[in-house]
Ligand binder design. Structure first.
Ligand code: AHR
Ligand code: AHR
Length: 525
C-alpha cells in the first residue's frame, strides 16, 4: 500500500533520528529540540516513538498533529441543525487544530465529535462505540458522542477542544490494523483532564476486545483514569492511573490496593501504560511541566489469565472493554505503539508534551465570552444588589447570597463561573462552576442546580442560556434555550427558571424584570 506523503516524510525523519545512535542520546537531543517554539514542530510524539523503534500504530488528537509532517484531518464534527459534517484540520502541517473552523461551522447550533482520525496511516480512527455487553444511551444501544465544545483548552496559545466524556459517551474501533494482539508488546500514553473523572467503569484508552464483550482476564490492556476502587487502587483517595487488563483495574503486581501507585492531581495529566511478555509499567506526570514518574514497573499481575496476555487489538476511548459506560473524563491526545517503548523514549515524548503548552487559563475576566471568569450580580433593589448567583454547599441548589471582599474564600469561589460556549447552542452560553469543574448551572423542574453532565441532550439544553439585554433595561438576562419564555431568576433568594407570569410561584410578575436582570461582574474567584 502506498503511504500518504506525510507518513513517508515522518518515516524518513524517524530513520534519520535512529541513525543518531542510542535512545539516551536521542532523548537528550530532543529535550533541547523541543524546548523552543520555533523548533517544536520538528518533532512530535509519534516521530519520537518511531525514532525509538516503537512506532505509533494509532495516533488520536483533537488538539494537534502528533507527527511533525501530518497535515490530514484531526477529527470530524457533525452539527445538529442539518446533520452536515466537517473535518477539522491542523492550522499548519504538524500544527494545532483549527478550532475556529469548528466554531464557525457550529455557530448557532450544537456539534458532536463523530470521528477522531488516526494520524498513523493505519486507519485506526475512532467512531461512536457500538452496543456491547452493555448498552449505551444512544439509538440502537450505541454510546453517545462527545459534545464538541465541552472541553475547551488552549495549546501553545491556540484554542482547541478536547473530547469530553460524560457517562454514556464512548468511542471504539473493533477493526484495527497493526495494534498488538496476544502477548505482543505495546505502549500507549494519553493526556487527560486530571480534574474530570469519576468512579464508574471505566474511563479507558487503549487495547480491548474486538467483540465489545468481556472475553476474559488479559483480553485488554488500556490506560484507566479515575477513582474507581472496585478492583484496584493506589495510595490516597485517587484519582489513579491504572491499567485495565479486563476483569480488573491494576495498580501494580497484585490485585487490589498497591500503595506505590499515587493519587494524581494535575489539571493536565500524562498517563502511560506499556506491556510485553511478563513485563508492564504505569507512568504518569503533569502534562504542563516536569517528567514522568514510574508508578509501577515489573512482572505481570499474579492473578490467573494475565501472563501471557490475550490482547485482541481493538481500541476504546471512554469506556470499558465490554462497553461499560458509567465513566467520565476528558481526552486531549493519545497514541498506541507497536513494541515496548523505552523509558527514555517516553521521557522525550513527555518533554514534547510539556513544550506543547496545554493551558486552561481564563481568556479574560468579567466578560460574557467563552473562557472568561465572571460573577453574576443581582440587580433587584433594595433587597439584593449585594447578592451574587452561587451554588450552595449544603446541596446542589443554586441561590443568591451577599458576597463581599470580607466573604469566606469558599463563598467567593462558589460565586465564580466560567463562561462556556452553550452546550446546546454554541452561540449561547453555559456556566461552569469555577470551583467544581465539570459541574454546570442547569434548570430541572424549573429550579436551578449545579450538576455534572449526564451526557443526554436534555442536560445540554437545560444548561444553555442565551444572553439578551436585561429585561429591566439593566445588565443582561439569560433566556433558556429549551424554554425561551423563561429566564434565570432569583426568587426568595433561590435560583429558578421563570416566565413573566405563570403557574409556578417564582413566575410572579412583581419584580420579574429586575429578578431576571444580572450584572456581569469580575469574578469573586
Ligand atoms: O476490567 C474492568 C472492566 O471489567 C472492563 O473494562 C470491562 O470489560 C469489565 O466489565
Ligand atoms: O426545568 C424544566 C425541565 O424539568 C427540564 O428541561 C427537565 O430536565 C426537567 O424535567
Amino acid at each position: 500500500m502506498t503511504k500518504p506523503p506525510w507518513l513517508r516524510r515522518a518515516t524518513r525523519a524517524a530513520r534519520a533520528l535512529l541513525a543518531t545512535g542510542t535512545t539516551a542520546v536521542l532523548a537528550a537531543g530532543l529535550l533541547t529540540a523541543t524546548a523552543t517554539t520555533s523548533q517544536a514542530a520538528t518533532q512530535a510524539p509519534c516521530d519520537i516513538y518511531a525514532a525509538g523503534g516503537t512506532p505509533c500504530v494509532a495516533a488520536h488528537s483533537t488538539t494537534r498533529a502528533l507527527y511533525a509532517a501530518y497535515n490530514g484531518p484531526l477529527y470530524q464534527v457533525r452539527r445538529a441543525s442539518d446533520s452536515a459534517t466537517k473535518d477539522i484540520n491542523p492550522l499548519t502541517t504538524g500544527g494545532y487544530a483549527n478550532a475556529a473552523a469548528q466554531d464557525s461551522f457550529c455557530a448557532g447550533t450544537s456539534c458532536l465529535i463523530t470521528v477522531i482520525y488516526d494520524q498513523s496511516g493505519k486507519g485506526n480512527s475512532l467512531t461512536q462505540a457500538p452496543k456491547g455487553a452493555f448498552s449505551g444511551p444512544a439509538a440502537g444501544g450505541n454510546d453517545n458522542l462527545a459534545n464538541a465544545v465541552e472541553a475547551p483548552v488552549t495549546v501553545g496559545g491556540h484554542q482547541a477542544y478536547g473530547v469530553y466524556v460524560a457517562p454514556g459517551t464512548g468511542y471504539r474501533n473493533n477493526h484495527t490494523s497493526g495494534i498488538a494482539t496476544g502477548d505482543q508488546p505495546e505502549g500507549m500514553y494519553a493526556i487527560f483532564d486530571g480534574t474530570h473523572f469519576n468512579g464508574g467503569c471505566c474511563f479507558d484508552y487503549g487495547n480491548a476486545e474486538t467483540s465489545s464483550t468481556d472475553t476474559g482476564n488479559g483480553h485488554m490492556e488500556a490506560i484507566y483514569f479515575g477513582n474507581s476502587n472496585f478492583w484496584g487502587s493506589g495510595s490516597g483517595n485517587g484519582p489513579w492511573v491504572m491499567a485495565d487488563l479486563e476483569n480488573g483495574l491494576f495498580s501494580g503486581a497484585g490485585t487490589g490496593n498497591n500503595p506505590g501507585d499515587p493519587s494524581v492531581a494535575s489539571r493536565f495529566l500524562t498517563a502511560a501504560v506499556k506491556g510485553g511478555p511478563n513485563q508492564w509499567a504505569i507512568r504518569s506526570g503533569n502534562a504542563q511541566s516536569g517528567g514522568l514518574a514510574t508508578d509501577y514497573s515489573g512482572v505481570r499481575p499474579n492473578a490467573s489469565g494475565y501472563n501471557p496476555m490475550h490482547k485482541e487489538g481493538s481500541i476504546i476511548l471512554g469506556i470499558g472493554g465490554d462497553n461499560s459506560n458509567a465513566s467520565a473524563g476528558t481526552f486531549y491526545e493519545g497514541v498506541m505503539t507497536s513494541g515496548y517503548p523505552s523509558d527514555a523514549t517516553e521521557n522525550a515524548v513527555q518533554a514534547n508534551i510539556t513544550a506543547a503548552g496545554y493551558s486552561s487559563a481564563a481568556t479574560s475576566t468579567g466578560a460574557l465570552t467563552p473562557g472568561s471568569r465572571i460573577s453574576l450580580q443581582a440587580t433587584t433593589a433594595p433587597c439584593c444588589t449585594s447578592h451574587y448567583l452561587r451554588h450552595d454547599d449544603a446541596d446542589s441548589k443554586v441561590v443568591i447570597s451577599p458576597i463581599s471582599s470580607a466573604s469566606s474564600a469558599t463563598d467567593k469561589a462558589d460565586a465564580g463561573w466560567i463562561v462556556r460556549a452553550g452546550l446546546a447552542n454554541s452561540s449561547c452560553l453555559t456556566f461552569e462552576s469555577a470551583n467544581q469543574p465539570g459541574r454546570f448551572l442547569r434548570h430541572y423542574a424549573f429550579q436551578l442546580y449545579l450538576d455534572a453532565d449526564d451526557g443526554g441532550s436534555n442536560f445540554a439544553q437545560d444548561a444553555t442560556f442565551c444572553a439578551t439585554t436585561g429585561n429591566s433595561g439593566t445588565g443582561r438576562s439569560f433566556q433558556s434555550v429549551n424554554y425561551p419564555a423563561k429566564y434565570l431568576r432569583h426568587y426568595n433568594y433561590t435560583g429558578y427558571l421563570a416566565a413573566d407570569g405563570g403557574s409556578n410561584s417564582w413566575d410572579a410578575t412583581a419584580s420579574w424584570a429586575q429578578d431576571t436582570s444580572w450584572l456581569t461582574a469580575a469574578p469573586w474567584s
